[in-house]
Design a protein around this ligand. Structure first.
Ligand SMILES: Cc1cc2nc3c(=O)[nH]c(=O)nc-3n(C[C@H](O)[C@H](O)[C@H](O)COP(=O)(O)O)c2cc1C
Length: 423
């Protein structure tokens, strides 16, 4: 008999076959599954397994040999297994309330979710989904020109990897910190883009930077807003390793991991920003900018890029979505400085939307981490390829021949906002 997990409606357990990944031999009845069982998709417990209706029971008698195609879905499935109880690697990574990552953690690590109840994470998704793409297909054919130069380097689509870190607390220790950084950096590079790394209190604060160094500088290290002296030291080291650019995630001042590790982080003022920019000849990026005032200060500091982000909702709960603030920020600073933005960008269609809202480059966080855990640099590169195909399609079908054609005119905003499924 086969059973469906009623929590995720994805995982099916077949008693006849058992499940080698769950250590369940063929013939293991549901009632004999140990209580330690957790659904490999969503982490739900055993009582969520319900018999599948007769009509859906397979009538096949002969076993077909299973040929494993190591495509992106294969690596996502592997990632799901390795992230059990932390992240369901769901078809849509939106921080929804019925996902494993959602909800208050009461002091435990926030895993792949968000701070507090995780509302800012899902608000990123809901506010981006308020925008729809207008289809427009009657036009002389041109292959969309998708490449862009950033910090003097050409990338083949305006998409990069967002800085990630914290393999131990956030990713079930399913990968080592260094392998996470390496997979993100190399996968992005092999595709034709640039990856980024963060820094975490559970590893040396220069591990990400040194991994970029190991990759001949191809990548962008982001540092938490540590003391000014330490940041300047890290900036000098980054310059000596010839990194493409370096950044500070200013919202990291609210990092739950750093505060629980007892390592201090600080808010930075206008003078601090200028001092950091002046301390290096390399491009500097300030991340986690969510207001016009902060964005103007970033421009004044002489930085090379303003990175609009709420840190994936991981620092401030009940916050605004990136798609809500991006158009206002872009109106104030567009053309003065490069604008980067992230927040539930999952597909090439999402990339086009976030560019139309005012970003020059879109960055992807969680779903690249999932890919990296499932298949390292190979899967990260596959994820970029997947995004590129849909981005090409999206440009073609909205009448955009070049990135200059991408603006608010290709978007339709729902008057009545999508009702969040959050309870
Ligand atoms: C597991 C995890 C670790 C992260 N680590 C960092 C970090 O070290 N530095 C940083 O600036 N942002 C970090 N972020 C935030 C991302 O850079 C990015 O802003 C966010 O993930 C984008 O949203 P998305 O995941 O919905 O695409 C992290 C996010 C996740 C999910």
């Amino acid at each position: 008999m086969r059973f469906l997990c009623h929590n995720c409606n994805v995982f099916v357990y077949d008693e006849e076959r058992g499940d080698p990944k769950l250590n369940l031999k063929p013939g293991t009845k549901v009632e004999d599954i140990p209580d330690t069982y957790r659904c490999p998709v969503c982490g739900a417990i055993k009582c969520c397994l319900h018999p599948l209706g007769e009509e859906t029971v397979s009538q096949e008698t002969e076993e077909e040999p299973i040929l494993v195609d190591k495509d992106l879905n294969y690596y996502r499935d592997r990632g799901r297994e390795m992230l059990t109880n932390i992240c369901g690697v769901y078809p849509v990574c939106d921080g929804d309330y019925d996902h494993t990552c959602f909800g208050q953690k009461y002091g435990a690590p926030i895993g792949m979710g968000g701070a507090g109840q995780g509302k800012t994470f899902s608000t990123n998704y809901n506010t981006l989904q308020q925008y729809r793409l207008k289809m427009k297909v009657i036009k002389t054919h041109h292959e969309p020109e998708m490449s862009i130069s950033i910090f003097g380097k050409k990338i083949i689509i305006p998409v990069m990897g967002a800085p990630l870190s914290g393999a131990k607390p956030s990713l079930n220790a399913a990968i080592s910190e260094e392998d996470l950084y390496w997979g993100l950096l190399k996968g992005a590079e092999n595709f034709g883009s640039i990856g980024a790394v963060g820094n975490t209190p559970s590893a040396a604060d220069d591990l990400g930077l040194n991994t970029v160094g190991k990759n001949q500088g191809w990548g962008i290290p982001f540092f938490k807003p540590q003391s000014q002296d330490r940041l300047i030291e890290l900036f000098h080291l980054a310059e000596s390793l010839d990194v493409i650019a370096m950044g500070v995630d200013l919202g990291g001042a609210g990092s739950t991991y750093w505060s629980s590790s007892g390592k201090r982080l600080y808010r930075k003022n206008e003078d601090d920003l200028k001092e950091l920019v002046d301390s290096t000849s390399k491009p500097v990026i300030f991340k986690d900018i969510m207001s016009v005032e902060d964005a103007l200060t970033v421009v004044d500091s002489g930085a090379s890029a303003c990175y609009v982000s709420n840190h994936g909702g991981r620092v401030l709960d009940s916050g605004q979505g990136v798609a809500e603030v991006l158009p206002g920020i872009a109106e104030a600073i567009s053309g003065k400085i490069l604008i980067l933005a992230d927040g539930t960008v999952r597909s090439g269609f999402d990339v086009l939307k976030i560019l139309a809202l005012g970003a020059d480059v879109a960055l992807i966080g969680r779903t690249l981490a999932q890919a990296c855990i499932g298949g390292g640099e190979t899967a990260v590169q596959m994820y970029f390829d997947y995004v590129k195909d849909d981005f090409h399609r999206a440009m073609l079908l909205t009448g955009c021949d070049t990135l200059k054609h991408v603006n608010m005119n290709i978007l339709d905003k729902l008057e009545c906002p999508l009702i969040s499924r959050i309870k």
